[in-house]
Design a protein around this ligand. Structure first.
Ligand code: GAP
Length: 575
């Protein structure tokens, strides 16, 4: 495959092209054409079938814009940034860590501090990729990737376009927990747009400013719930562990069972690595160019305790398709602190239990005269302290901070006591594991891995060997010639197939060979040709894209046959 073959095919055949090209286009914004939109929809449908329907999770749809408070709590306003360096000559802005990666053999300079990145740019004498000016003396700074807007008129209510669909799930967790009848484990999935003001978008769909994510947040009780590992125990995972990256080791093939037994992968993460590997294979990712790479500690996101990326080799580079992050209870705790609401699940005990609970009942008639205007704050501090550290009340005096000062309070004025209370259950803060898929990168990978070239009847052809289930069009219906009633008959066949729910392209322009090539290039797995025999005996030929083999079959069972080929219930050879 020549460089740029996918981009050229994508534009010519209607997969994707830069948005607003008549205005010069915008880096990082792409529009899917008819083939691309259909391929993307089919990949999303396949994702939904596995991660919602087969796994039994719920799917929601939250808005793209959310109030600033959500992202203050989630940490995105503070930490969701990349390193930027600007060229003093042409004013171009560049990802400083990418310049370092290009100039060194480092694979992930994103994990380095801006200072270290600046040193490496100077050391390696890296220049501006546009005009070549030396960048050694330019400051490397952090640039926040959030798109800011105002919700409603005026600036009193700042909002942000979501940089991940996940926050729309976390922020309304209490509601979703109710829908799940407060029973862990449960999963909430969402497919939708996310926005990142990338410094230097590149490589078409691979780094976008408006992207599509399909994310699942699977909430579970870390002390009680276990994933159904038996479903995937024998799936072999190509694991590129953090240690192997540090020591120059390679990818190890381990079954899910072995990876969990060895402690190489956390069980919930391992479950989804196994589930997803089979799925990638089904939608057309080449398993010989695929691996799971663990994040090294220095590259983990602010919310992740561990993370494995699904990576595919595309045009010579390894690109991240999906992040499988163990987010612990980070997000729910942050939103609980941001709102004062309960972001946990109430678990009922089988029998009520009686427990001892230390309490305080501050005596304001003593605290008021003793501490004046600080008395109320001291009472609140005592209530907070008794929950956090009841042993602090063991001595005669207890020390608290309030109003900026330390205060000593006699324990008898705090009203300290240990009460017996009966409890019917407890609040469990769930942990979450998050498979987060980038749909655009999957679309690109499926195109790049499916792109094939061969020679048919002495003529070179390019075709897209994408699985029938995700191909934009399932069947091309072609009359052998546009005369003698063949076209009318072919149009009728096309209508019948469409009515049966099959994606059909009808084409009667140009030679039959040319029409086959056009369908091959957009990945149409089957072509139905109506010829003279079709008029006499109610049959058509069905041609297989990859082998170009043909079979003659009867039209009465045609829709059913094509549906079973599309859904993988039978193969072309079995016809
Ligand atoms: N909720 C977790 C999260 O958003 P991420 O690793 O930042 O994690 C998840 O993003 C996936 O989204 C990535 O694996 C990648 O496929 C896709 N993605 C992220 N940034 C992207 C961009 N600028 N353009 C295209 N896809 C992107």
């Amino acid at each position: 495959m020549s460089d740029g073959a996918i981009a050229e095919l994508a534009k010519r055949r209607g997969f994707f092209s830069q948005t607003a090209e008549p205005y010069g286009g915008v880096a990082g914004l792409y529009t899917y054409g008819p083939q691309g939109a259909a391929l993307k929809d089919n990949i999303e449908a396949a994702w939904r079938e596995l991660f919602v329907t087969r796994e039994g999770h719920m799917e929601i749809s939250a808005p793209d814009v959310l109030p600033g408070a959500v992202f203050e709590a989630s940490g995105h306003l503070e930490t969701f940034d990349d390193a930027i360096v600007e060229c003093p000559e042409c004013s171009g802005s560049h990802r400083a860590d990418h310049l370092v990666e290009d100039a060194t053999d480092l694979e992930d300079a994103e994990a380095l501090s801006p200072e270290r990145i600046g040193e490496l740019i100077a050391d390696r004498e890296a220049g501006c990729p546009v005009c070549g000016t030396a960048l050694a003396d330019q400051p490397v700074e952090k640039f926040n990737l959030m798109f800011e807007t105002n919700i409603g008129p005026g600036s009193g209510s700042p909002g942000y376009l979501r940089p991940e669909t996940a926050q729309g799930i976390f922020v309304d967790f209490p509601q979703f927990a109710e829908y799940a009848r407060n029973q862990l484990p449960f999963g909430v999935a969402q497919i939708g747009d996310a926005y990142r003001n990338e410094i230097s978008p590149r490589k078409g769909l691979l780094r976008l400013r408006a992207l599509v994510q399909a994310e699942l947040e699977h909430f579970f009780d870390p002390d009680r719930d276990e994933p159904p590992l038996e479903r995937v125990a024998d799936v072999k995972l190509p694991l590129y562990a953090a240690d192997a990256q540090r020591t120059g080791g390679g990818v190890r093939s381990l079954t899910v069972r072995a990876a969990v037994e060895e402690g190489a992968v956390e069980p919930w993460v391992a479950y989804y690595l196994g589930r997803s590997l089979e799925w990638y294979d089904e939608i057309g990712v080449d398993m010989d160019r695929f691996r799971y790479r663990q994040h090294r500690s220095e590259e983990l996101s602010h919310y992740a305790a561990d993370c494995w990326d699904a990576e595919a080799e595309v045009e010579g580079d390894w690109i991240e398709l999906t992040g499988f992050a163990y987010r612990g209870s980070y997000d729910l705790e942050k939103h609980a602190a941001g709102t004062g609401e309960e972001y946990s699940v109430f678990r009922q005990y089988e029998e009520p239990v009686t427990v001892e609970r230390p309490t305080v009942d501050p005596d304001m008639s003593e605290l008021g005269p003793a501490f004046g205007s600080d008395a109320a704050a001291i009472a609140a501090a005592l209530e907070e302290l008794v929950e956090r550290d009841p042993d602090a009340f063991d001595d005669e005096r207890v020390v608290v901070e309030a109003g900026g000062d330390r205060h000593e309070v006699p324990v008898e004025h705090a009203g300290f006591a240990v009460e017996e209370v009966t409890e019917s259950g407890e609040h469990v803060p769930p942990h979450v594991v998050e498979p987060s898929f980038g749909i655009d990168r999957l679309v690109y990978t499926v195109l790049a891995h499916g792109y094939s070239e061969d020679t048919v009847d002495g003529e070179e052809r390019a075709y897209l060997a994408v699985p029938p289930a995700v191909a934009p069009t399932t069947v091309g219906v072609l009359p052998l010639m546009d005369r003698d009633g063949l076209a009318e008959r072919a149009r009728t066949v096309a209508e019948q197939l469409r009515a049966a729910g099959i994606a059909v392209a009808y084409d009667d322009s140009g030679s039959i060979g040319r029409r086959y090539r056009r369908q091959d290039e957009i990945g149409t797995p089957f072509c139905v040709t109506v010829d003279y025999e079709s008029l006499e005996e109610e049959t058509v030929t069905v041609r297989d894209r990859d082998t170009t083999a043909q079979r003659r079959i009867r039209t009465d069972g045609l829709a059913e046959t094509l549906r079973s080929l599309r859904d993988g219930d039978r193969s072309f050879e079995e016809l």
